[in-house]
Design a protein around this ligand. Structure first.
Ligand SMILES: Nc1ncnc2c1ncn2[C@@H]1O[C@H](COP(=O)(O)OP(=O)(O)OP(=O)(O)O)[C@@H](O)[C@H]1O
Ligand SMILES: [Mg+2]
Length: 259
């Protein structure tokens, strides 16, 4: 059975998609079978993997609205062992449509029946909001990774995110514990970087796991999507690539320890 992990933080631009794409790729290159589900109408994970978002007839939108099965929506990427459920802008209308159906929070989870045993990991790239697309992603996942950008307002909104996760656990009886907190766009040499790290440690350190791997600010990570390639294959040696490879190894190690 696949482990299903949502990459989550309603704060925009904190590195969710960069993490989803590059962690998925790193694990696929280590021989794991990976599915990445793009739950964001911006479709950055889709584009970043070189899939033309406007040419997809079947997307996560058609799955959530009951026109297609998840299996039908899966496309191959250039990376063997990494498959994608694409998104496009039509998904932006899904929240309203979903809100009219019964059990609107569980539609993604239900759509995943029967595909779990084909993969080792299924990652969900979540949009920057706390709406129904995000709640569906939390309900569908076994655990979440929260990327946090090392900036002054890093923890702003975190209480709302934790509250949403608690509500999913208690009201929908669907716990999705934090697998790990990931520091992104991080520079340990700056005062700000160290301050944010300490704040995150203070906030989560007692109760939650903070990945030892941090993701540095690296321009190659930002360039790669415009070439339709994960950074890991775009530049095999840059610091961003090395960091995501380390993160993949840390995740596998956590699993082997039962974390
Ligand atoms: N470690 C990094 N170094 C340099 N640039 C980065 C890094 N991580 C992400 N970026 C860039 O910052 C921007 C935001 O990153 P990304 O799209 O991964 O964030 P996000 O959380 O998915 O955003 P959104 O909330 O809009 O979905 C992108 O242009 C991306 O290329
Ligand atoms: Mg994103």
């Amino acid at each position: 059975m696949a482990e299903i992990i949502a990459i989550l933080n309603q704060k925009g631009g904190c590195g969710k998609t960069t993490t989803a794409v590059n962690l998925s790729t790193a694990l696929a290159l280590l021989g794991k079978k990976i599915l990445l589900i793009d739950m964001d109408p911006q479709a950055n994970a889709t584009t970043g993997l070189g899939i033309e978002k406007n040419e997809q007839n079947i997307t996560i939108y058609s799955v959530l609205t009951g026109q297609n099965t998840l299996q039908e929506s899966i496309v191959n990427t250039d990376i063997p062992d990494l498959q994608l459920v694409p998104s496009n802008i039509s998904l932006s209308g899904a929240e309203i449509e979903l809100s009219k159906t019964i059990g609107p929070h569980s539609i993604l989870k239900e759509s995943m029946d029967g595909i779990n045993d084909q993969y080792d990991y299924i990652f969900i790239d979540v949009p920057p909001s706390l709406g129904l697309l995000t709640l569906n992603s939390i309900v569908a996942s076994d655990s979440v990774i929260i990327p946090i950008q090392a900036e002054f307002y890093a923890l702003e909104g975190m209480a709302d995110l934790i509250k949403a996760m608690d509500l999913v656990e208690t009201r929908l009886n669907s716990p999705s514990p934090i697998k790990g907190i990931l520091l992104t766009l991080y520079d340990s040499r700056t005062r700000l970087g160290r301050d944010v790290y300490n704040n995150v440690k203070e906030y989560f350190g007692e109760t939650e796991y903070i990945f030892k791997t941090t993701i540095p600010r690296n321009v190659r990570l930002a360039e790669a999507p415009s070439h339709g390639k994960p950074c890991i294959v775009y530049d095999e040696e840059c610091s961003g690539t090395v960091a995501y490879q380390k993160l993949a190894e840390e995740l596998l190690k956590l699993e082997s320890l039962g974390g």
